[in-house]
Design a binder for this molecule. Structure first.
Ligand code: BG6
Length: 507
């Protein structure tokens, strides 16, 4: 969690260069976030946005394309862009800062033109030489773009700071993540690199630190003495849609686990940091991954969705999706059992699961407290005591819920599980932001707390590498093994049943 956010913290001026300016990420997430920042007057006062992509386009064509896309987002009410309409004044101010360069990311000439263009914009807008390069392009370009920025002198900081934002996937396994780190660290210092995991921008994820470390209530019970196990669920009802080509190379484990799910694990399991210093917090998170017990083959199970029904609508199976092989062995679901070998967590399983085409979009961290001793109730109609749960509801319905036992009114002692609820929307009268606003703002401000350091990324890949190695050797024979709209494959239930536990229902 970044320290106190204030207007002064944001840089007064900089350029933002977006590689992949015509791509999905730029349209769907970066532009809405920039618009929201502009609306809240939280962009640098002197600002220039430069888009780069391979298609020939004029500045106006690029700007108008983005405007049309924002309008579509508003009309469809889909996606994370919550605006009811586009404030044309705000858009006009933002659009004035935008210019476009057509160029091939692999051509040195592109970078020579970019350098000239930035110098020109710098002269006009007085940007003091500061620039953020946002790599919103396909991951195969990350290394080459950073090399080319270096060769063109664009990463030099003689006349202002230079920062590079790198999207996920950061590598596709441990060796490739290490190689990418080594390659970019030849050109950039670690403090110039902002590796994004957009889960860290979510308010509900940042709030985990506030919950744990600003309340005297939770920390004393946040350990193996009081906690039985933790369940982390990132369920999605969407399928693969048009991303078949990407997903066939990726699968659920790579796409979601060492990044998004592990951010949730780290926030839940980390030791209290001693300050808000970015490196202190990132060190505490990396220590969690380093303490994970090496995963044995039976600690991970996978699944792939077949045809089914979601929300009363029939949907195709994964193998029928566009650009997916008819006999694809790629997993769309994964469940893991992690053990963290340290004094706080030894013996407390962390069960993780994520999948596509599950019944609902639902992300939660559920903390199951140990049962109370039953002796007091032995001679009453109460047969067993239900567990106490603390549920951190990440999305949607963002909030925190405590479930505990209460006596049902009446002459006899009957218990019922009841809930205390905090909902962001009720309390703050606003839904939490998507996250890209915070991440962009922090990058302009030079705050790396919410970005991944090289060692964190590598430690996370190191945890899942044995599973990747194992899966590379054995082709799943039972795929598809769960129907779209169901809660996942039977093997995931068995994973927790082996320990005498059960998954919580999804939503
Ligand atoms: C992306 C994954 O990083 O995160 C997608 O590539 C996934 O497969 C998405 O759907 C989930 O993000 P969110 O913010 O919608 O939960």
């Amino acid at each position: 969690m970044s320290g106190g956010r204030s207007r002064e913290r944001c840089t007064p001026c900089c350029a933002l260069v977006i590689f992949g300016a015509g791509g999905d990420l730029a349209k769907r997430l970066i532009t809405p976030a920039l618009y929201n920042l502009a609306k809240q007057d939280q962009l640098p006062e002197r600002f220039a946005i430069v888009g780069i992509d391979h298609n020939e386009k004029t500045d106006d064509e690029w700007r108008n394309g983005l405007h049309d896309f924002l309008e579509q987002l508003v009309k469809s009410g889909k996606g994370e862009f919550e605006a009811q309409n586009i404030d044309e004044d705000v858009w006009g101010r933002l659009a004035k800062t935008m210019s476009y360069i057509a160029g091939d990311f692999l051509e040195p000439d592109t970078y020579a033109r970019l350098r000239d263009h930035l110098q020109e914009r710098d002269r006009k807008e007085d940007l003091e030489g500061h620039a953020v390069f946002y790599l919103a392009a396909a991951d195969r370009f990350f290394g080459p773009i950073v090399d080319a920025l270096g060769k063109a002198g664009l990463a030099d900081e003689e006349n202002g700071w230079r920062r590079v934002v790198i999207e996920k996937p950061f590598g596709h396994d441990l060796p490739s993540a290490k190689a990418l780190n080594a390659r970019i660290l030849k050109v950039l210092r670690e403090d110039q690199i902002y590796r994004i995991d957009h889960f860290l921008g979510k308010e509900t994820v940042q709030n985990i630190m506030a919950l744990r470390f600003t309340n005297g209530l939770f920390e004393p019970i946040w350990n193996r003495d009081r906690i039985d196990h933790v369940q982390i669920t990132v369920a999605e009802s969407i399928g693969i849609g048009t991303r078949g080509k990407f997903y066939e190379q990726t699968g659920a484990l790579r796409d979601m686990v060492p990044n998004h799910l592990f951010q949730l694990v780290a926030m839940t399991a980390m030791e209290p940091p001693t300050s808000f210093d970015a490196d202190e917090i990132r060190t505490k998170k990396a220590e969690v991954f380093k303490a994970v017990h090496p995963l044995s083959p039976d600690a991970a199970v996978s699944g792939q969705y077949g045809p089914g029904e979601i929300g009363g609508k029939k949907v195709a199976g994964y193998r029928e999706e566009p650009n997916v092989a008819k006999d694809s062995p790629v997993e769309t679901y994964v469940a893991l059992r992690l053990m963290i070998d340290n004094w706080r967590w030894a013996g407390v399983p962390f069960y993780l699961r994520t999948g596509k085409r599950l019944p609902d979009r639902w992300t939660e961290i559920a903390i199951h407290f140990k049962h109370a001793p039953l002796a007091l109730f032995r001679d009453t109609p109460v047969g067993t005591l239900g567990p106490d749960w603390l549920i951190l509801q990440i999305q949607p319905d963002e909030g925190i819920r405590l479930r505990f036992n209460a006596k049902r009114p009446g002459t006899e002692m009957h218990l019922e599980s009841v809930a205390m609820d905090f909902k962001y929307a009720d309390w703050f009268k606003q839904a939490p932001a998507v996250g890209y606003e915070t991440l962009l703002y922090d990058c302009f401000a030079g705050d790396q707390t919410l970005f991944q350091r090289a060692d964190q990324v590598e430690a996370a890949w190191a945890v899942v590498q044995p599973v990747l190695d194992n899966w590379a050797k054995v082709r799943p024979k039972d795929f598809p093994n769960y129907a779209a709209g169901s809660a996942g494959p039977a093997c995931a239930d068995e994973l927790v049943q082996r320990d005498g536990r059960a998954w919580r229902p999804i939503r």
